[in-house]
Ligand binder design. Sequence first.
Ligand SMILES: [Zn+2]
Length: 240
Amino acid sequence: MTSEELCGISLAFGRGRINMSFRHGDKADVLVNRGNFLASIGAVPGRLVCSDQVHGGRAVEVTSADAGKGALSFETSVARADALVTCVPGLPLGILTADCLPVLLFDPAAPAAAAVHAGWRGSRDGIIGNTLRLMREKFGTRPEAVSAWLGPCIGQCCYRVSGDFREIFPGSVAMDGEDTFFDLSGFNRQALLVCGVRSENIHESGGQCTMCMGRDFFSYRREGGLAGRMLSVIMLSKTQ
Ligand SMILES: [Zn+2]
C-alpha cells in the first residue's frame, strides 16, 4: 500500500496483494482488509462508496446520502457508474482494479474529489473527460487547478491487444511484429492533458506494471478468475 496525506485530501493505492473485492479472489477477509486499509488514511470503513464498475464512461455525483454504498456488499454499489465525484468531506471514494487504471482527482479550489475506473472501454468512452465535465458542472472545477494520480495498471510491456486498437487509440499503441500493445496509462495521461490538467499536476505510479510485478499486485491477465482486486481511495479531509 502507498498512501499520502496532503492538504485537503487523503489518498491511497492498494498493493501487497491484499484482496479488497467481494466478488473476486480470496473473499475470506475482505471486510477486515478494507477496514485496515481505510483506517490507515483516517477513513470510516462503513462510509466507503464504490460503483459497480461496468466498464462504461459514466461519472456520478455522490453525497452523504450515498455513504456506505458498496462498502459492505457489491450489491449496494452505485449502479451503472465507473467514476464517482463528491464535494463531501469524510466520504471515501473507492475504485477496485486488477490491471485497469485507477485515477484519483482532486480540485483544491472547490474542494472536490473523484475516483475513476479506467479500463480500455471506459477510456474509449471518455471517462476522464466525462468526470472532469461533471466536476465542472457540479462544483465549478477548472482543470488547471486539478491534481491527478494515476495508480498501478497493466503496462504497455504486457498489454497485448487486438489490431483494432490501432484505430481506436491511435498514438497510444506500439507494434512488435504482428502484435499490438496498448499504453493504457499513457492514453489517460493524454486525456487529462487534453482536458486542461497541467502536466506538473499529474502524478504517476512510476511505470509499475501490475502484470510484471506479481508479488506486489493482482493482475487479471496473469491470474484470470483467481485475481483479487486492489482498492484505490480518495477522501476530502474534514478540516480544510
Ligand atoms: Zn509488464
